[in-house]
Design a protein around this ligand. Sequence first.
Ligand code: NA7
Length: 529
Amino acid sequence: MQSYDAVIIGAGFGGLYMLHRLRSLGMDVRVFEAGTDVGGTWYWNRYPGARCDVESMEYSYQFDDELQQEWEWTERYAAQPEILAYIRYVADRFQLRDDIQFQTRVASAVFDEESGTWSVGTVDGEQYLANFVIAATGCLSVPNDPDIPGKADFKGELYHTGRWPHESVDFSGKRVGVVGTGSSAIQSVPIIAEQASDLYVFQRTPAYSVPAQNEPLDPELRQRLKARYADLREQNKREQLGFGARHPDNDGCVMEMKPEDRREQFERHWKLGGLLYLRAFGDIPFDQEANDAAAGFVREKIREIVHDPETAEKLCPHNNIMGKRLCADSGYFAAFNRPNVHLVDVKADPIEKITATGIRTTDGDYELDCIVFATGFDAMTGALNRIDIRGREGQCLQDKWSDGPRTYLGLEVAGFPNLFIVTGPGSPSVFTNMVPSIEQHVDFIADCIAYMRDRELRIIEAEQEAEDEWVEHVNAVADSTLLPQTDSWYVGANIPGKPRVFMALLGFPEYCDRCDEIVANGYEGFAFS
Ligand code: NA7
């Protein structure tokens, strides 16, 4: 059986950098990737309008200064094709493809206590041995295909935003239904609206969205930022969400400000666009009155943009802002002013089934040529729970996580030695700019493996007590905010039957400091043998 020092699962941002780091330690590494190419999230999510909600100059690797100096982003917020081109460029530049096996989905990983090695099995039945397994499987990589009866009966075209075809899809002159109104729908609706003869948006829960204010990246600004890239990156490390340091911020409280000043402050941050809106005040995630004010301001904007008052009202969300990730759009609400765009309230009149010719709600039938599911993902745990992972004494990870994921630092799981997770549940991950979070995890893992090698240690494992304390800490941080109150994929509420557990940790700088401290204390909370 072929044997490797390490097997990495996934060739997205995480898997690629992990490969690069482990290779530079002289390790023999194999990456298994289900897709036909690198890119992860940006390989699969090719839907119209797919774009990052973090600025391109920041949503990129920082581990190599030459790389960050030579790549020229063209837009303030990069669209999917440009990000994918960047990831492909990185793979070529560092000759990473040589160690990646594409079209290979990992089905199982079983730890053998006697030899201290993992046996990794693929869907095609191949088996490999590895000392370390690193799951770089992504936080949002398993699409949520909603269990709506009748899908097989539909005679038209069915799509999911998270598994978009590689060939271009033209909706010209077609009647299209988009199911869902999260970030993916919000990005694709304005573009589909321009093509479709009629577009029906099936909304269960309206979402908060702030115009991204995307624009071509001014070459002078790009040069200026590049000239102080190291500084910019350092400053972002001290940001709660890990990005945006170059923009105005305000740690102050909403209610401490006079109402007219408050408005002005929200207005300024609305104009900054997208997630930067949240920098208007520091207490939005913590204080109900502050949150209500921030949310109320967005509702006012929706009512200003959307001409038909009834449609505007239906588009207004009423849950806490930040309870779900804030969306960044380019013309989403305005799309509803077009005569060919129709909002269907499926909270009031739920979808009953898919028929041969469209969607049936309790209010009647919608005749469609195409249905686009923009219904999100089995987030955070979906990819790992789909692999049969067995640790000590044959314990199955899925069983261990049956009441919700449990990790130490989001990096390791007690009872599963030498298995690392990149941006696993219990780490800041989806609350941050993903790329620096990925780099921080990959560096932690690579440094840890180097530390072990120097000391001739073969096995690392999270201690049960450390894991228990960590899970408690993640919950305590979440409970100090308003975020767990909302039904969202952060708490698994979008997947029927998924245990309700808050799966990410707010506070990137504190997390990084804690990791550094743990390393300085000789990897406190981890046991070596
Ligand atoms: P999201 O944000 O999970 O949005 C999924 C949407 O699909 C949301 O509006 C859901 O409504 C809706 N949905 C899911 N299942 C159904 C059914 N059965 N019927 C009707 N509507 C449904 O996923 P996205 O892909 O948009 O974004 C994911 C992340 O990617 C995003 O946060 C960014 O970080 C990038 P619900 O709210 O559950 O009522």
